[in-house]
Design a protein around this ligand. Sequence first.
Ligand code: SF4
Length: 916
Amino acid sequence: MPVIPLPALHASHAGTWLRDGNCETRGCSKGEAINAAADTPVLMLNAPLVATRLGYPDLSGLDLLELYAFVHPARFCVPTPKGLAHALDLVEPADDAAVPELLQRAAGKLLETCKSIDWTEREGAWSVLQSLARLRWPWAGVLAPHVAKPERAERWLFARLPEWEEAPERPQPAQVMLGEAEVAAQLDRLTGEDAEQREGQRAYAQDVAKVFMARDKRSLPHVLLAQAGTGIGKTLGYLAPASLWAEKSQGTVWVSTYTKNLQRQLRRESRRAWPASRADGSQPVVVRKGRENYLCLLNLEDALQGGFAGRPAILAQLVARWAAYSADGDMIGGDLPGWLGTLFRKRGIAALTDQRGECIYAGCPHYRKCFIERAARASAQADLVIANHALVMVNAARGRHQGQPPTRVIFDEGHHVFDAADSTFAAALTGAEAIELRRWIVGPEKGNRGRRRGLAARLADVASYDEAGGAAVEEAVDAAGQVPSDGWLGRIAEGQPLGPVEALLGQVRALAYARDESGAQDAGYGIETEIASLPGALIEAAQAAGTALAAIRGPLMKLGQRLEAVLEDAPDWLGGQERARIEGARHSLRWRIDLLSAWEALLARLGGPADPDFVDWFAVERGDMREFDIGIHRHWLDPMKPFAHIVLEPAHGVMLTSATLTDRSETGEDWQGAIEASGAPHLELQPLTSSAQSPFDYAVRAEVLIVTDIARGDLAAMAGAYGRLIEAANGGVLGLFTAIKRLRAVYGRIADRLARAGLPLYAQHVDPIDIGTLTDIFRDDRKASLLGTDALRDGVDVPGESLRCVVMEAVPWPRPTILHRARRAASGGGAYDDRIIRARLAQAFGRLIRSREDAGHFVMLSPAFPSRLLSAFPPGTPVIRLTLDEALKRVAAGPPSGDREGESGLHTPREESHDR
Ligand code: SF4
């Protein structure tokens, strides 16, 4: 194995190590490391992370991850020394000091691969390397001697990608019955004939089958709320009836998830029911996401041809390498490594997707190869579409479907449907939103690179053919000049707003500062104030802004009518492709017109009485003492009301399922909250309910430890507790926080000490690494620990030894926002808060025991944890109130195993039972 004789650098919280070209490794100071990297190209792994560790943001070098992305695009690699060693089949480094040598070996192995005839990702590499050399990519010179020029011209990315085919629309599904015996047989087939039969799973599958019954009344779907405790085998439990129905009816089932994790799991498990492809090459299972997730080939082409400069241009070349080998072009959570974007800053990735609906559809030269179009067409022919809650709701609201709209929908992670509906059906007139609209209409402002084009450029041919259409475009462009443009925040802060919308936002900001009493102003957090007793000047400003918005909406509506007329009375040049493009433009217009109408309604309300269905407020978004948006917000008091009418009503069968659907109050499972939160009552519909208890033995495998001697707000004590608990558990701790500020403070105090003890600590909001990659790193190293906030509380699935202990900093009270206050008042006051907290505790606890073999501690740092919240934990789980020292002994003794009493040094200080 060749070792590349380039200096290599590794920095962790435990120290810094340099290996020189003569293969000698030594510890060094941070300053020495920075100087070495400045003098000569140095091998390193994850340069932004090394830069953070050294406290020197401008660090650059030969990043092994960039080389890996070039040599093995679309291949998974955990971006740590250990992960790289595994990905390349090298020996894991024994300690930090061994990492620089590993980097040299890894570089050698990757360069050797480029020479090998077995290199499966060779095609396109030489051409991309020539471009990367022109961009002065640090690796280009090192790679050049190893990547041979192909004898024949290589197929370039756009030639390499397959074209999608049009297919006839599927007929509507047949109305079929699913018999009990056939559902049971299908479940046996999916789980394997020899698998142990799980009664809970069998009963669950039979309940799910009821969702697929024929509907008797219009607008009254079958709705099932199914609680399935962890370990029931919920996924196969619903895939069994779903796949049977799809087969018998020739219809499509949609399964909607909240996390990417579950999407991946579903894709895996669906293989048991469906083959990867049908005999005709089409896919029976398709993953669908919002279009902003996929690579837009036109944006990529533009970036490759000079639209990007500097580091983003290098990223574009590496993305082009990936796109040629990607399964589906999904840039967020697909096979593009999550870490690639963070090596080059996230915005680079976002700029390559279609963020703002600028797609020109059939007018695009890559339309027939477009990943987004391919996924949309494939889903119209699929038996199973795996989507997410937001996409299902947005598509239903905008009425845009390729093929039949979804009529059988399973919302897994159903406890998130309320939150997803809350954000989908909300409206916000903010500066950032308004500027997006302006750009969509007018195009980029001066000085911006790239292909982003305005309405006039996108519809140039229609405008020149149809005079009235052309005039409407011009009118819209003129009117859009009245909404915020670049630099709006600065102008507002200086009291120099431009145009009526900026003027309004200036008044909104002033009022929010004048009235906010939350204390967030001084702490640097965002501030908000309810919309009440508004000054006359603000109401006048709102009227002027409303008039300005209406002046944009008018010509957009006119343009929509002209496009319709062009389609009806089609000119000769209007072929199928042009027609599709105009259809696409009409859809985008509709979306903007609806947005403007919602904004106008919001402004009209400012002078008048409040609408009891909505909660409205002004907000200034801030972070790290810096303002980043100002606006007016409107949320439904109950977002399940629009959900019921838009999603439930047109469907024939809908299920919401989760391990934490119901509230576990002190009196037992409470279905009332779950029924209300399903939207069913808005259709005067009584949903079916079903409950399957987890088969896990929580009484034996888990302990809840409530540490009573860490005072709330004592940051030093809290950091000390986290550090000692991680040491006691020897890593494998997931630390959950409700405030980023406290997370950062705790991390800053303990990371170095733990690293010196060989216990790496990673943290969301601190490490320049996305959550998915952080979880991969945590899962891959049983000595690692991870700190994070909400997204980790119920989005992490780490079965096995890597997660042995969950530590929560405090009772997860809901944030006392204006929206929360309104919902609390409407839904039972303190009891509403308790429901939210119990749900959060149940989700956090759910991270601990993911499989029958899992065991561990759930530690709560809370001197006065209310007993009424204990029912959040599964029945039978031992709950012990104790001091930190006592908790440390229990954690250090290892995960519970059921025969712990009587072990030396262990006793049960105060155990509470909440068996019911
Ligand atoms: S069809 Fe639209 S999304 Fe697809 S590559 Fe072209 S512009 Fe991008």
